[in-house]
Ligand binder design. Structure first.
Ligand SMILES: C[S@@+](CC[C@H](N)C(=O)[O-])C[C@H]1O[C@@H](n2cnc3c(N)ncnc32)[C@H](O)[C@@H]1O
Length: 482
């Protein structure tokens, strides 16, 4: 197949080394990059353009919204010729862009991206890439969704997800196919309540750091987000509305949720007020309006109580698979001291607790540490201790108190461990490190640092926690070899 070429600029195309920001270009998509965008090459120099909303084999007309020296980003405006691989989408959903790829192909791409990151970024070799474990459910698997309020082209309120690569455009949704029917009932009830009240979305484009968007130009333009979280095993739901600061009448909000859900189903209703400029549901002051501030969930036979901002794996069923893989790769014999770093509610360590002598967890968020301690107590696990603080700073002191760990499980955020945390880990010299990663590119960099210091990467197992999306989870085992 021929390479990409410009449409409108015609003969100019060959002469242009790269398109300017704002240009419309015709592109052929060659592959998928980590992060989910299609990759096209432009002009004779093969300038790389990452294209949102396209898959390999598509020919698209795309709008370039960011152009740098080495590469650009564009979003698909029109599908000119669909890839032979494309399948019909189940329903429009900005959060499920890979639904146009057959599921088997999604798995292949994810596995290949893990391999590629480890080899190309990490320069790693000699490890066993185990077959990716597919998800138990391909749809309606998420236990948490974060919705945004916005407005449509007529200015009417919508509640949904951001369009790909569009910070200020929200696509309304009535049935999110990644979440359960229960979650969707709550979503529709809140959307109807908000529209009925004449409330509108906050004005995303108004703010500056000196004058935050939270100072509303219009007293009714207050709505930022709705976070819905579900205890899949407990059959309960927690709803948190995020608005800009100031007073707002919320009796109808609670009543709408009560009308949509049975009494037993509605676990808690919360309200956060935030003046942050960033598009985030974190931070701000949170108030409990109804029920409990914690959602109960069962995982691996254990009960956890999840606070409104605590991290919890978003695919409950696949979290059990992920943790089982971590257990397998840890090769536990029963007598180990296991450190669980970046432990959140302690779920990995507690899941593995019956197979080890002692569990020690470290987590930055104090509220999560309190949750981990309570989960240990409520589940009758006495040989688990949790500390609050930065993993790399606490490791030395924890080592002195508990001794050298046989196995360390790490599960850092997307940014990975980073150089200093890797150094701290190397300094305590565990025989085995099991790295649970939601970003193979940072895993690759961290694993490479560990291999330079005498570890060997042995096995890597991708686990698909997020069908229809580009998100990749995997577990890697590293062993001290010198
Ligand atoms: C991907 S989550 C994993 C949580 C847990 N292992 C699980 O499976 O639910 C990462 C966790 O790391 C915590 N965290 C972030 N930076 C940290 C740091 N420097 N030290 C310790 N914990 C940190 C976050 O608060 C979050 O709970």
């Amino acid at each position: 197949m021929s390479g990409p070429r410009t449409s409108d600029q015609g003969a100019l195309a060959g002469a242009l080394a790269r398109p300017a920001r704002g240009a419309e270009v015709e592109l052929f998509i060659e592959s998928l990059a980590y992060g989910g965008e299609g990759v096209a090459r432009y002009g004779e120099g093969g300038y790389v353009i990452f294209v949102a909303g396209a898959i390999p084999g598509d020919r698209v007309r795309a709008h370039v919204y960011k152009a740098k020296r080495a590469y650009a980003h564009a979003r698909t405006l029109q599908l000119l010729e669909p890839s032979p691989e494309r399948i019909a989408p189940v329903a429009p959903h900005p959060g499920a862009p890979w639904q146009v790829l057959p599921y088997e192909r999604q798995l292949e791409v994810k596995s290949a991206q893990v391999q590629e990151a480890l080899v190309r970024i990490g320069g790693l070799a000699g490890f066993e890439l185990q077959p990716i474990l597919p998800a138990a459910e391909r749809w309606r698997y998420r236990n948490k969704i974060e919705l945004s309020f916005g407005s449509d082209e007529q200015g009417a309120l919508v509640l949904g997800f951001h369009a790909p690569a569009r910070w200020n455009r929200v696509v309304g949704i009535e049935d999110c196919l990644l979440a359960s029917e229960r979650v969707n009932r709550a979503l529709r009830a809140v959307a109807a309540w908000a529209a009925g009240q004449g409330l509108r979305a906050w004005q995303r484009s108004v703010g500056t750091p000196a004058q935050p968007a939270a100072v509303p130009a219009d007293g009714r333009a207050r709505l930022r987000n709705l976070v819905l979280r579900e205890g899949r095993r407990s059959g309960t739901l927690q709803a948190r509305l995020v608005t800009t600061p100031g007073e707002i009448e919320l009796a109808g909000f609670i009543a709408a949720l009560q009308g949509a859900l049975g009494e037993e189903e509605l676990s808690g209703v919360l309200w956060s007020r935030s003046d942050r400029l960033a598009e985030t549901t974190a931070g701000g002051a949170t108030e409990l309006l109804h029920g409990s501030s914690e959602l109960s969930e069962r995982l691996g036979g254990l009960t956890f109580r999840i606070g409104p901002e605590a991290f919890f794996q978003t695919n409950t069923e696949m979290a059990e698979v992920l943790y089982s893989v971590a257990g397998e790769l840890a090769q536990l014999q029963g007598g180990e001291l296991l450190f669980d770093l970046y432990c959140g509610l302690g779920s990995i360590g507690l899941f593995l607790a019956e197979r080890v002598r002692e569990v020690v967890g470290i987590e930055l968020e104090e509220s999560a540490v309190a949750g981990a301690r309570r989960a240990a107590a409520e589940n009758g696990i006495e040989h688990a201790t949790f500390y609050a603080g930065e993993a790399r700073r606490l490791l030395g002191a924890v080592l002195e108190r508990h001794g050298r760990p046989d196995v360390v499980v790490v599960d850092p955020p997307r940014a990975g461990l980073g150089r200093r945390a890797v150094e701290a880990l190397i300094a305590i010299a565990p025989a085995r490190v099991v790295y649970v990663s939601c970003n193979p590119t940072t895993l690759a960099a961290d694993a490479a640092r560990m291999c330079e210091a005498g570890y060997a990467l042995r096995q890597v197992r991708p686990v698909d926690m997020f069908p229809q999306t580009h998100h990749i989870e995997c577990v890697a085992a590293l062993e001290r070899s010198s």
